[in-house]
Design a protein around this ligand. Structure first.
Ligand SMILES: [Ca+2]
Ligand SMILES: [Ca+2]
Ligand SMILES: [Ca+2]
Length: 507
């Protein structure tokens, strides 16, 4: 089916609703405690209303399951959203995300149920299940279609009456830990301030920061696979620069690529990729930050081939080192009051059940105002990044191709919610476990109604509450969607670094 037609179908329902105004309507799903104790939630709601949004706030008084946590609570919230979603286009979840102990919990889904519990793409990990908010977006079907108690199983819970992945609501989340209202209020204040920025102060948002590490080196061994060439994340950054940023008038990029080791980036960069450079540069204020590097819950790493000690032209484990280019501890120093939208092509950085995960820290300290973060071992697309004229591969569902589509839509003026859900619908044409896993583990955090150019100019005339045009969906003009280079031999793109990082710690 034609993709634009498909999208217009997907996003069509957002234009209707019993409030009869526009799709500028948001339901905030949170808790009684947060409503009564947050000092900024009411201000946040007022700020949205001043921009023509209809906003309602729901708590356990509305969705039930008071006193419950985890799955019973998730089921109650989803049933509530099923009953009201026609009135809204956006849903913002505010609460504890933990799938077992959370009060606004994520769902634990089993996209990779068929994988071994001791082998994650060749590594001794159990990555069969991960956390997601997707069942709050795709509300139509039964996410446990086969009724075995495991939600989101590829194949088994898909199809007629099951998961269709078509979102009825554009869902986002602000994570709250230990009911710490100061932290929640800091995130709400940052979102309010972003939307209140003076139009004259938006120049920084047209600046793009592109930190990119190597993912693999030539000869590096996986189980049953050896890398034939170096894989430099800068190739993806260069493709993005060439295809998305350079054609966008008034935008500029600062690149940070690898300059250490015996295999350095072949591309020019404005700065060397180091932790110190990233902190000081990001602190200057960027509207979009798109990085490439192997990640864990609180950190993202460079991988450096220090020496070809045995002279065989291949990178053995003993010849490589791993050093961080960002850690959760850096978020406070990065924060500047000029936050941006962030996509990290990394594993695990959006593990919302982990306190002080990288995504929540960047939001908390005003470094990110919206961020896509993965809750597990992240797949990648097979786009031929090395060829800047190649088409974006949309058969698979990775942080890389979803990130490209997201930023492209942000530049086109979409809200973050529209941009991320358009991207998640588009990327993953193949109906397999990895396409389901990629979409579900890549969760979005932050106010979903913000745009790259959100400012105080968005405040609408009360006589004309529809305000600025804010069309949903449909116009994802593209790098295109052809050109798959899929291969059964291609390993999960980011898995190795995860293993590498863990292994280094053991050493
Ligand atoms: Ca649906
Ligand atoms: Ca199931
Ligand atoms: Ca060697």
């Amino acid at each position: 089916m034609n993709m634009l037609l498909l999208l217009s179908l997907f996003f069509g329902p957002f234009h209707t609703g019993t409030h009869g105004v526009t799709q500028k309507a948001m339901i905030i799903v949170t808790t009684r405690k947060i409503v009564s104790q947050s000092a900024r939630l009411a201000d946040f709601v007022r700020a949205k209303e001043a921009r023509g949004y209809l906003v309602d706030v729901a708590t356990e008084d509305d969705y039930g399951a008071a006193g419950e946590t985890g799955l019973p609570r998730a089921l109650a919230i989803r049933a509530f959203l099923q009953s009201v979603h026609a009135d809204y286009s956006y849903a913002l979840l505010i609460g504890n995300a933990h799938a077992d102990y959370g009060d606004v919990p994520m769902w634990r889904v089993w996209a990779r149920h068929a994988w071994s519990s001791t082998n994650c793409g060749g590594f001794p990990l159990d990555c069969r299940a991960h956390e997601t908010d997707y069942p709050y977006a795709d509300l139509t079907g039964d996410w446990d279609l086969n009724g075995n108690g495991q939600y989101g199983e590829a194949g088994l819970d898909q199809g007629e009456g099951g998961i269709d992945l078509v979102p009825e609501l554009m869902v986002s989340r602000l994570p709250v830990y230990f009911d710490d209202m100061r932290e929640l209020d800091a995130m709400l204040s940052a979102a309010i301030d972003f939307g209140d920025a003076a139009p004259a102060d938006l120049a920084y948002r047209r600046r793009v920061l592109l930190p990119a590490a190597f993912f693999y080196f030539k000869g590096q061994e996986l189980v049953g696979y050896s890398y034939p060439d170096n894989v430099d994340g800068a190739e993806s950054a260069q493709w993005f620069l060439h295809r998305v940023i350079e054609p966008a008038e008034g935008y500029s990029a600062t690149r940070m690529y690898e300059r250490e080791g015996i295999a350095t980036s072949a591309f020019d960069s404005e700065l060397a990729l180091t932790r110190e450079n990233l902190i000081s540069t990001w602190h200057d204020g960027y509207g979009m930050i798109f990085w490439m590097g192997h990640g864990l819950e609180k950190e993202v790493a460079r991988v450096i081939w220090t020496a070809d000690a045995n002279g065989d032209g291949k990178a053995q484990d003993t010849e490589m080192t791993s050093t961080l280019f960002i850690h959760s501890d850096d978020a406070e120093a990065i924060g500047s009051g000029r936050p941006g939208f962030v996509v990290g092509v990394s594993c695990e950085i959006g593990s919302a059940e982990t306190y002080r995960n990288l995504t929540s820290e960047l939001l908390l300290h005003g470094a990110a105002v919206g961020m896509l973060g993965s809750s597990s071992v992240t797949p990648g697309s097979t786009t031929d990044w090395a060829d800047p004229d190649s088409e974006l591969e949309l058969v698979k569902s990775g942080a890389d191709n979803i990130g490209v589509l997201f930023f492209q839509d942000l530049i086109a003026g979409k809200t973050a919610g529209e941009a991320i859900w358009n991207a998640k619908v588009l990327a993953g044409a193949v109906d397999d476990a990895e396409a389901l896993a990629g979409r579900t583990m890549l969760n979005f955090f932050g106010d979903p109604t913000l745009r790259l150019d959100s400012s105080s100019a968005d405040v609408v005339d009360p006589e004309d509450p529809t305000g600025k045009a804010d069309d949903s969906g449909c116009a994802t003009a593209g790098p295109g969607n052809s050109g798959s280079r899929t291969s059964a031999l291609w390993p999960p793109l980011l898995a190795l670094g995860l293993w590498l990082l863990r292994r280094r710690r053991e050493l």
